[in-house]
Design a protein around this ligand. Sequence first.
Ligand SMILES: N[C@@H]1[C@@H](O)[C@H](O)[C@@H](COP(=O)(O)O)O[C@@H]1O
Length: 240
Amino acid sequence: MKIFIDDTYEAMSKRIADDVVNIMNNAPEPLFCAASGDSPKSLYKELIQRNNASAIDISSWYFLGLDEWIGLDASDEGSCRYMLNKDLFHPLHAKEEMLCCFDGKTNDALKECNRIENFITKHNGIDVAILGLGMNGHIGLNEPGTSPLLRSHVMDIAETTKTVGQKYFSKPQILTKGITLGLATLTEAKHLFLIVSGEKKAAILKEALQHEPTESIPATLIREHPGLMVYADKAAAKLL
Ligand SMILES: N[C@@H]1[C@@H](O)[C@H](O)[C@@H](COP(=O)(O)O)O[C@@H]1O
């Protein structure tokens, strides 16, 4: 595990963009797994800027969505796919055939999980997985209590996430379940980039990095991954 601490969220995001591009440029069939949420927003802006300036070429990149709320899809404002379309895929002009995201409106979750796992296998694994850190230590929608042995799966949303997750929606949203890459899937990725920003994440970041590995703090279960990079701004790192 490597930890990088930058003074600001913007500086941190530029550093992450440099590292993403380095890895993706050297991957034969680059597969980028994208978290939605607030933490990677500035990274995505940075990638879009570089792509617009022709400083990078994403035409050979494949994109995978990390997770989705069950019951929601791209047409629902605030869904993970809605946010990724808005913040990343559309501004990058990524072609639909390069994208693969969970359909939260599926009526066959097992089939949907298999579809996602098959996409990963077909493209020789994830090169970079961008991850945010939930306020309860979740990774994707792997909530406290999740097994590290699970691949893509459906999970009950924890109470904390039901509340915190309201920030993505303009109207109150009932969040009960999520569909997510599992920790077993994620730990097979070549690189895991955990992005943590802001003072509100300081306590959980400390736990994620220093608590003994436990299913009750899912982020502790990815710590042994040899390709784990943790990026924090000064505010998030203040308790380390
Ligand atoms: N489903 C999302 C995750 O994909 C995200 O990485 C995490 C952190 O979100 P944020 O970056 O907004 O703090 O929680 C959300 O619930």
